[in-house]
Design a protein around this ligand. Structure first.
Ligand code: LLP
Length: 432
């Protein structure tokens, strides 16, 4: 199986986190998002232990809630002593509802409004990662009004190509995010920031991309950032204390994706950081990492019910399910690959090729193409799409006025609803 929290039981049903997915589908209905709490916690621990092995107390993991955010997930993050990265008032508010300690949160985004900034500063947020000059001046004014000296990071683009798909590449010079080292803009915004009375520049941030597998991307980013920090020390006599390397480590969606070993990756980055710091005679900064996908992706699975199996002789065959691009737009957007299984007949040989499509009224509503499934796949079977914990629920919509599926958290044999299923009333709740 694509992940070790997936198995098959004596009924030939697919299991997830040790529980029978066909029974869960019967109990909670489909489409259904499942999440494996122990896996989320284990992923947090992997990062925590790797960072503390490398940097002792001088490092932190900040969970990027954009990958999947709901109140219970912030409670889990809090209980794992993880920091969080939020990108909107909605995420911040969800964290507040979880009584998440906001001094451990960092606010990101390339276009924070005055309302966002006011809300974040007033909430007592630990850090705001400033993207641009307009925002910097607005934040200084707002922090002044609130009588706060706000700790900030400055977002820097190191000019690194992470070799992932374009929509998630963010570290290149022409990115909409941050301030490029190469053009001198990063230095300029730092100089501005040092002059302002109501912000305290703690360090710099970069995020090069998402679903990154390429060998030395984080090592190269760290090097560019550290050299930049040393240059700032030389030119401005300020030794920046924090370096946030963002998120981005890739996860395995299909058998031929590589498997990243996070502890080894982090050890490699740490070694590079120490080496460059020695060379520059720069104190090793406090290191932050912001994983989203690699915390939650393999902790998720989506279940659907098959509605129809349509074979167009000489052309192709479709399996239609009761969800689609409204609960998982990633194939439609990025051609993302997923492992799909017939959960009702998990051990049957996968003998026929299908396009697995959703129920939404457009041809682009495809969950996955070229999926091998048992030929006997039929109406009523439960289909599982694996590794959907990241950027699925988070990117879901009510397109076609479909109510959003619930999220059920599985934990050591028990199951609980952590986001309830939307009703038709919810769908029309804002209509006047
Ligand atoms: N930090 C920052 C500043 C980010 O922009 C992101 C992701 C992360 C951390 C977390 O990256 P991760 O560890 O999850 O790769 N919707 C796309 C992914 C967009 C990623 C945006 N930023 C997808 O479904 O693949």
């Amino acid at each position: 199986m694509i992940c070790d929290n997936i198995g098959v039981n004596a009924l030939d049903h697919l299991t997830f986190a040790g529980q029978d997915t066909v029974m869960l589908a019967a109990q909670y209905g489909t489409p259904l998002y499942l999440m494996d709490e122990q896996r989320i916690r284990q992923n947090f621990r992997t990062y925590r232990e790797a960072l503390s092995a490398a940097f002792g107390e001088r490092a932190a993991v900040l969970y990027a809630g954009k990958a999947c955010a709901f109140t219970e997930l912030y409670r889990i993050a809090a209980s794992e002593n993880a920091g969080i990265d939020v990108v909107s008032r909605g995420e911040l508010y969800s964290a507040m509802k979880a009584q998440y300690p906001l001094e451990n949160a960092c606010f990101h985004g390339n276009n924070k409004t005055d309302e966002d900034l006011f809300y974040a500063v007033r909430s007592g947020i630990g850090l705001i990662c400033v993207d641009n000059e307009e925002e910097l001046f607005a934040l200084d004014r707002i922090a002044g009004e609130l009588n706060v000296i706000q700790k900030i990071l400055i977002r820097v683009t190191p000019g690194i190509d992470p070799h992932t798909y374009d929509a998630v590449s963010t570290g290149k010079v022409d990115s909409k995010f941050g301030n490029a080292v190469a053009t001198g803009q990063a230095e300029m915004i730092l100089r501005e920031a040092f002059r302002l009375p109501h912000v305290n520049v703690c360090g710099v941030h970069c995020h090069v991309g998402s679903q990154v597998f390429a060998e030395d991307v984080f090592e190269r980013a760290a090097e560019v950032m550290l050299r930049f920090m040393a240059m700032i020390r030389e030119k401005c006599s300020v030794t920046l204390e924090m370096l946030d390397l963002g998120g981005g480590y890739g996860v395995r969606y299909v058998e031929d994706d590589p498997e990243l070993r996070i502890p080894e990756k982090i050890a490699g980055v740490a070694e590079q950081i120490r080496k460059i710091c020695r060379e520059l005679d720069y104190p090793v900064p406090f290191i932050m990492m912001e994983p989203g996908r690699s915390i939650v992706a393999d902790a998720g699975m989506t279940l659907y019910t098959v509605g129809s199996v349509k074979r167009i002789p000489g052309y192709k065959s479709y399996v239609s399910v009761d969800g689609g691009m409204s609960d998982n737009p990633r194939y439609a957007l990025y051609r993302s690959r997923y492992t799909v299984k017939n959960a009702s007949h998990a051990e049957d040989p996968d003998t026929e090729n299908f396009s697995v499509v959703g129920r939404l009224c457009e041809s682009g509503d495809i969950l996955q193409e070229n999926v091998s499934l048992p030929s006997a796949t039929a109406r009523g079977d439960i289909l599982a799409v694996c590794t959907t914990g990241a950027y699925n629920y988070a990117m879901s919509s009510q397109y076609n006025r479909l109510p959003k599926p619930p999220v059920v958290m599985l934990n050591e044999g028990s199951a609980r609803i952590v986001v309830r299923r939307e009703t038709l009333e919810d769908v029309t709740a804002l209509d006047v």
